[in-house]
Ligand binder design. Sequence first.
Ligand SMILES: [Zn+2]
Ligand SMILES: [Zn+2]
Length: 348
Amino acid sequence: MKLRTLFVAASLAVASVLIAPAPVAAVEPAGQITILYDAFGTDAAMKKDWGFSALVEISGKRILFDTGNDPDIFAANVKAKNIDLTNIDFVVLSHRHSDHMAGLNHVLRVNPTVKIYAPKEGFGVFGSSLPSSFYRKDESLPPEMRYYGGKPPEVMKFGTAWPRANVELIDKTTEIAPGITLLALVSDAPGTRELKELSLAVNTADGVVLVVGCSHPGIEKIVEAAAAINPKIRLISGGFHLVVASDEVIARTVATLKDTFKVENIAPGHCTGEPTFAALKRAYGDRYLYAGVGTSLPLGPGTGSVGRRGEGPALQQDDLTTYRKLARREDPFGILKARSLQSGISHL
Ligand SMILES: [Zn+2]
Ligand SMILES: [Zn+2]
């Protein structure tokens, strides 16, 4: 009897091993960033135009970051990539410049209730509000000369260009989902002073994946904010706003990204600028990931250059010496100089 019980138990154990699925290693869900809008690229099915948009698929989420410059071109590019906008988790609008948000009308046509994160700005196009205590009162005036007859609402609401859209305004850096943070920074460059911009920082097991729109607050400031979440920056994708910067400013920015923040991989686009593409390519070698319109950058562990670790690409010794020399100077990031140079041409 005992023996028989043992036999049955053993048979059951064997059967359960045969039936049980093979153990699956826990891996981070493979992700990718697909560039949907930019003015350069090699994909013949995609239209090129100034502006930026990317579909960021990461940590189990599908995030539409910015919507490009023209709703028809945006719609055509989304279609060419076979992207279903009805099942995105949310939209991030980096800032109020039209080359990043003009495609929103198309998104809302397809998916009118999608959650949209946008920067909170006073009297901005995304709407805003202020406590009515903000304005000075004069109680000696008769009611007909007073705002709201002297009885203002507690909170004054200001209109938006998309009154029916499901917009959540972001005022300060906020983790909107586990590991997914919107960095809220403000530009102080002439021409875009007080412009608020959101950047997307996703903390993964391999470091932060950072997606930037135009980097009006300064790419260094944005990377610094991302490094506060996790100093290991795995990838930056998007516009660095160096399209009119001098060689000196570009060199210092490259040195800062590579030497100070040790950004591992770089996938610049949009307003990064042609000379900056060249300088970053020289500095990053095969860790410079080409990201023209239509490109999909794989984010899976160990996929492509993004997941690789170890020794960086060889910088030319001359380049390195120049970058480091420049980086040691006063105004090390060249922000002040860049800003004075960009005065008047900084709306991009
Ligand atoms: Zn832009
Ligand atoms: Zn802009």
